[in-house]
Design a protein around this ligand. Structure first.
Ligand code: XIL
Length: 465
């Protein structure tokens, strides 16, 4: 008996490597995430259930389809068809979307009370059949300002003391209030539905040219502040040549910092522009897909990826040819991007990271006088803070940096991003990570950390290498 067991084990361990999965959904499931697609009732071809294990209604759950002006429901047939299709194909559903400035239909201009009525009706209509709901979509302004949109429903915000900070006592906030309502409905109904905030141009820590991604930072602040009501964050991930919409090397670091807040992260509406006429996005489409999928796989709490449509010709941005299939109307062909995604998913979460290229043995050419300086800006609240540190190279290029800070007693760093950290209290060191150590003369990069306690009066000391 013992011999038999030992024999079976031997056969298993010397046998060929497990066969690669041949569909996106199977490969993703093995890696522990969903791989989904946005769909409409007229696009429920067999491929949907064969390749994908999650479905987002591309338009059929938006307020302009299903909301009445008083927050009731109407015309839920399309959404029902999609939810039923998902169930019979064993797919999760991401509900999309409850509070949004666009496609608001009869809800346009509604009060918070009416939005709350709609939130309750919609969540209860489908209950736990919706695994994730986008409660608030696209709350933040374009052009990397880091501000909230100044249009309904965000114009309902009231900044009680006028300091530009919506998080103070006495302020009202459509984001907070909508999430509170949604959470209340979920809890009252004993539902398993998780509640997400969703936005675009929030994917990287930086945008083109290394400029900090203020929109991502603003979203981070919202999630941190309202973490008790928010379960998940969707990065839409519509990647294209817009300076704020490119794929940056710090995508994974940004996913990681949200994950470190304890929320799940989804790449919720992925498509990648294949128009390289303006070469900002770099690389080829398949390589770009591979890179984005890898960034998600490398973060355990990145729990799903959804592509925004099946084929290029049926996409909302067909001219960008941004999806995984060509063809249409049920007759689809896999693109190189499809094979790249499948291959990357098949490697799973723990693919060996790329080896660092060998360093040449030439002596460093940077003169030892090359220096750097660092400044800190703070976003503080009672009992905590987020610090953004800007590291600027001096008159010569630098290949690496170290910033030392002495924290007041009682202050503790809880997490950091875009830097390696040593220590959490007292004197703390931060040094560059692989992608932000090399700076040209005068160029800067930023890293951040979060902590408890106060962080006023910090004097950073920067040393370059
Ligand atoms: C798009 C749909 O794909 C189109 O069919 C529709 O005409 C407009 O909306 N961000 C979102 C999605 O959150 O709801 C949008 O979907 C794409 C951008």
């Amino acid at each position: 008996m013992l011999l038999l067991v030992a024999g079976a084990v031997t056969v298993q361990s010397t046998g060929p490597a497990a066969a690669a999965e041949t569909t996106l959904r199977a490969a993703a499931a093995k890696a522990g995430l969903f791989f989904g697609v946005a769909a409409s009732p007229n696009r429920l071809h067999p491929i949907v259930g064969q390749e994908f294990n999650q479905l987002t209604p591309e338009n059929d759950m938006k307020p302009d389809r299903i909301a009445t002006s008083s927050g009731g429901l109407q015309n839920t047939g399309g959404a029902d068809t999609l939810v039923n299709h998902a169930r019979s194909n064993n797919m999760l559903v991401r509900g999309h979307t409850l509070v949004w400035h666009s496609q608001a239909g009869a809800l346009q201009g509604a009060s918070q009370a009416t939005l709350n009525t709609f939130i309750g009706n919609a969540i209860n209509r489908w209950g736990s059949r919706i695994a994730y709901w986008d409660v608030v979509n696209e709350a933040l302004e374009d052009n990397n300002t880091g501000r909230r949109r100044n249009q309904w429903p965000h114009s309902m915000n009231r900044d009680a003391n006028g300091d530009g900070d919506f998080f103070d006592a006495g302020d009202t906030d459509v984001i907070r209030d909508s999430f509170i309502r949604a959470k209340q409905v979920v809890q009252a109904g004993g539902l398993t539905t998780k509640l997400c905030i969703n936005d675009y141009d929030v994917e990287g820590l930086t945008v083109r040219g290394g400029t900090p991604n203020r929109k991502a930072n603003a979203l981070y602040d919202i999630v941190r502040t309202y973490r008790q009501y928010i379960d998940c964050v969707g990065f839409q991930a519509h990647f294209n040549d817009n300076p704020n919409s490119i794929i940056t090397n710090d995508l994974q670091a940004n996913i990681q910092r949200f994950a470190d807040l304890g929320v799940e992260v989804h790449l919720s509406e992925l498509d990648i522009d294949d128009d390289l006429s303006n070469n900002d996005i770099g690389a080829g489409q398949a390589e770009n897909y591979r890179k984005v999928v890898r960034a998600c796989l490398n973060v355990a709490k990145c729990t799903g990826i959804t592509v925004w449509g099946i084929s290029d010709s049926e996409s909302w941005r067909s001219s960008e040819r941004g999806l995984l299939f060509s063809g249409g109307n049920g007759n689809y062909q896999k693109k190189a991007a499809y094979h790249a995604v499948l291959d990357e998913l098949n490697k799973g979460r723990s693919a060996t990271p790329p080896t660092t290229p060998p360093v040449t043995s030439d002596p460093p050419t940077t003169p030892p006088t090359a220096g750097c300086s660092a400044t800190v800006s703070l976003n503080s609240w009672t009992g905590g803070f987020v610090a953004t540190v800007r590291v600027t190279a001096g008159t010569s290029p630098i290949n690496g940096w170290n910033v030392q800070l002495t924290l007041p007693s009682g202050t503790t760093v809880t997490n950091a991003w875009s830097a390696n950290r040593t220590g959490t209290t007292g004197t703390v060191q931060f040094s560059n990570v692989s992608y932000n150590g090399s700076l040209n003369a005068g160029q800067y990069t930023e890293f951040g950390f979060q902590g408890t306690g106060a962080a006023t009066g910090l004097t950073p000391v920067c040393t370059a290498s």
